[in-house]
Structure formats: structure tokens, C-alpha cells
Design a protein around this ligand. Structure first.
Ligand SMILES: C[S@@+](CC[C@H](N)C(=O)[O-])C[C@H]1O[C@@H](n2cnc3c(N)ncnc32)[C@H](O)[C@@H]1O
Length: 220
């Protein structure tokens, strides 16, 4: 019980309440503007059920994207069980985001796209997601990316989500902080020796129109 009482991380599923709430408030604010949602990295559907409800409420479609077919199947079933009216709006894609983009799924959308990333947290894979994002940039309005405060005590684990965003958009990237910001480092543990670093937002919400893809530079 002491461990439960001491837990100061306001997480539900894999993100904080605040993170999920910020996403839904943003989608409400963008009602009529955004038409399609992609969720990259679904795990056990923590964000997916909320996004599916938003799809119903705001007349959107939702694609779930994950490398693990078991998580995709579980999440899809969860949505069908809790929000059956979302069924016709939700699809599942087995693979990573670059493969989804390469297959033309973003390009086939008829309105602006919003993407929620919470997939791999390793620098090189997040960078690949950002490169794929760049390749479909004219179809994408905005995206959110979680765990921009996540670090490993062992840097060779390459847990640098925020640095991959900076690599693509530059250190002066304009973003809206989403989720929770801790005032001290929070230990998580696991095989990856993870912790949340203080004074960094849990996620970034980025409007493409306010930013430029700085890599590679247009000047070389
Ligand atoms: C942190 S969990 C997602 C949690 C979820 N967003 C939630 O709110 O509960 C990460 C998920 O990303 C998936 N994943 C990991 N690397 C991936 C990649 N490169 N592309 C797509 N999915 C990936 C994992 O299978 C896992 O389901």
C-alpha cells in the first residue's frame, strides 16, 4: 500500500489524464478542420478508445497503427465493445508509420490529418517517423508526440523522442506543450532504466504550418 500511496505519477494507461484530455480538447477545438486521425502505437488502447469516441463526436475517421498485431486486435475489439458506433470509422494497420505512409494511406484522405505518436521511443525510429511525416506533409495539419520528457539512465538505449523532433524541425520548433510537466525527475525503471526528466513537457503538439522541416537544409 505504501508504494501505491507514494505513486505521484498521474498516469492512466500509458499517458497522464492531462495528456489524453489535452488531445481531446485540441480535437474539439479543431472540429470541422481535421477529418482523419492516425494513432501510431496503440498498446492496450488507452488513447484509442478516447480517440474513437472523438471520431464519433467530431465526425472523423481513425486509423490505428501498430507493429504488434496482438495489440492492434485487442484495441480494435475494445473499441467495438465500448463504442460500437465507431466501428465504421476505425481501421487497423499492421506495420509502422513509414510503411503506412508509403502505402499511400495518408495521401488518400480527403481532409486534414492529425497524428498521435506514441510508438517507438528510440531516436532512430522516431526520426524515421518524422521523415515519413515530412514525405506526406501536404496532407497533414498537425501531430502530437508523447514522451518528449522520457530518458534512460543508459543513454545508449537512445530514448530521445524530443531530440528526434529537434533533429527534424530545429531547436526553435514551435510546439504547444501537452500533458504533464514534472518539477523533479521521476524514476520509472524497467529494463530500459527509464525516468521522466523534470521541467520538460510530456508531449509536444505541433502545427506543421507554424514550422519548417529544417533537415535537410534547403540551402545545401
Ligand atoms: C507506449 S505504447 C502505446 C500506448 C498508447 N498510446 C496508450 O495511450 O495506451 C507503444 C506501442 O507502440 C508499438 N510500437 C513500438 N514501436 C513501434 C513502431 N516503430 N511503429 C509502430 N508501433 C510501434 C508497440 O507495439 C506498443 O503497442
Amino acid at each position: 500500500m505504501a508504494r501505491v500511496r507514494d505513486n505521484q505519477i498521474p498516469y492512466v494507461h500509458q499517458c497522464t489524464y492531462q495528456y489524453y484530455a489535452d488531445l481531446i480538447h485540441y480535437l474539439a477545438e479543431q472540429r470541422g478542420e481535421i477529418k482523419h486521425l492516425c494513432e501510431v502505437g496503440v498498446f492496450l488502447g488507452g488513447a484509442s478508445v478516447l480517440l474513437a469516441q472523438a471520431a464519433v463526436d467530431f465526425d472523423l475517421t481513425l486509423d490505428l497503427i501498430d507493429l504488434n498485431p496482438n495489440y492492434l486486435g485487442y484495441t480494435y475489439e475494445l473499441i467495438l465493445r465500448y463504442i460500437p458506433e465507431a466501428a465504421a470509422r476505425v481501421r487497423a494497420f499492421h506495420g509502422d508509420f513509414p510503411t503506412y505512409v508509403e502505402a499511400g494511406h495518408i495521401q488518400r484522405q480527403e481532409g486534414s490529418v492529425f497524428i498521435q505518436f506514441d510508438a517507438s521511443h528510440e531516436f532512430r525510429f522516431v526520426l524515421k517517423d518524422m521523415v515519413a511525416l515530412r514525405s506526406a506533409k501536404e496532407f497533414i495539419k498537425s501531430f502530437a508526440i508523447q514522451d518528449t520528457n522520457l530518458r534512460s539512465k543508459e543513454p545508449e538505449n537512445e530514448i530521445f523522442v524530443d531530440l528526434a523532433v529537434y533533429a527534424m524541425f530545429g531547436f526553435d520548433v514551435r510546439y504547444r506543450p501537452v500533458g504533464y510537466t514534472w518539477s523533479r525527475d521521476i524514476w520509472i525503471g524497467s529494463d530500459w532504466e527509464l525516468y521522466l526528466s523534470k521541467d520538460r513537457p510530456e508531449g509536444f503538439l505541433i502545427e506543421l504550418v507554424e514550422n519548417r522541416f529544417g533537415y535537410p537544409s534547403d540551402e545545401v
